[in-house]
Design a protein around this ligand. Structure first.
Ligand code: COI
Length: 359
């Protein structure tokens, strides 16, 4: 099925005044957004328009019962001057899994790809070629039906906004193992990228920050002994050179960079293990003198090293060598994403920059 896109270009581009040397993630969107509506059982009214506010009813169901789902993706300026969107298919798969869990309608591949490609093409000037910069893409779906009943909505909006991005964290982070609060329980919606998973994390994160940490290291809801995620990132450890990360068991997010880093590690011949890892195992590894690296991986955070882990009040300090497993895999990932090394896994979706003019 085709989704014709109506295009309305901004008459007031902010691009010329944007300072790409001082990128602050969050408040500065590009000039345009993509929007489509789901009504009468189908997606329609696809449009690219100037970024701006829109109205929904106070009765819109997204404001009440949590039918909101989003993705986090990135577009990159390639070394040859082109622009690519990273792993669109994998993000679409995850978006639709999240939507299914929240009883929301799937976004068809053609609509998703064309929304992203055309938005990136029209806002191409916002994809900076400065080192470490990218364009963060935020697809989202939310219930717009105006009816207060506790029910699955019949009407939704699919939107994509884009924001310039540099580093999410300024350097390595300090984390605290969380043994009181739980991010997600077995059978819950932990694997879905739905808004509630993030809102529920704010209080424990605020408490960890007040104690001097950047993030929490989540543990499982049953026993609070197995490590699950770190803040908004998947977590990985390299112990004695073996890369270990918790398995996808339904409570953790199926991270796209988690998969990319595992794939790159295997390609380098690094031994990988997707298995439960307890904080006691981690403590033992530190105490018996093994070289332990720890890091978070995510779209926003890319690969962020962890320089301190607090386990029940005792601090441990992972190694952060420049030539370690984390630094090597981060550099492999960035080389592919910026087109500095061959895209051997077919992850880069090159955007046809002239397509948008044909709309
Ligand atoms: C991402 O890594 O893209 C995320 O969604 C995490 C955060 C910015 C919410």
């Amino acid at each position: 099925m085709k989704y014709p896109i109506q295009v309305e270009r901004t008459l007031h581009s902010r691009l010329a005044t944007y300072d790409f040397n001082n990128v602050q993630f969050g408040p500065n969107p590009t000039d345009h957004l993509f929007s489509a509506e789901y009504r009468d059982g189908q997606w329609q009214d696809a449009a690219i328009k100037p970024f701006g506010e829109f109205s929904i009813s106070p009765l819109a169901l997204c404001l009440h019962y949590g039918q909101t789902v989003f993705e986090g993706m990135k577009a990159f300026r390639l070394e040859d001057g082109g622009v690519s969107i990273f792993r669109m298919d994998k993000h679409l798969l995850r978006l639709n899994r999240s939507l299914e869990r929240m009883c929301m309608p799937a976004v068809p591949e053609e609509l998703f790809f064309s929304a992203l490609e055309n938005l990136v093409a029209i806002d191409e000037g916002w994809v900076s070629g400065l080192s470490g910069n990218s364009l963060y893409l935020r697809p989202m779906v939310f219930a717009t039906e105006a009816r207060l009943g506790v029910m699955e909505a019949q009407e939704y909006r699919f939107m994509v906004v884009a924001l310039p991005m540099a580093n999410y964290y300024n350097g390595a982070v300090r984390v605290k193992v969380e043994t009181e609060y739980t991010r997600a329980a077995k059978g819950g919606a932990g694997f879905a990228k739905c808004g509630g998973n993030y809102g529920g994390a704010f209080l424990p994160t605020r408490l960890a920050r007040a104690a001097g940490f950047d993030q929490v290291l989540w543990t499982d809801g049953d026993t609070h002994s197995f490590i699950e995620e770190s803040g908004t990132m998947n977590v990985m450890f390299a112990i004695g050179g073996t890369l270990i990360t918790p398995p996808l068991n339904g409570t953790i997010l199926d991270g796209v960079n988690r998969d990319s880093i595992l794939t790159l590690a295997k390609a380098r011949g690094i031994k990988t293990e997707e298995r439960p890892i307890s904080y006691s195992e981690l403590e033992k590894a530190f105490e018996n003198g093994s070289v332990v690296e720890a890091f978070g991986v995510g779209t926003a955070a890319v690969l962020t090293q962890i320089r301190e882990i607090d386990i029940l009040g005792k601090s441990y300090f992972p190694a952060t060598p420049d030539d370690g497993v984390a630094a090597t895999l981060r550099s492999d990932l960035q080389a592919i994403r910026y087109g500095r090394s061959p895209d051997i896994f077919g992850w880069n979706h090159r955007v046809a920059l002239k397509d948008v003019y044909a709309l």
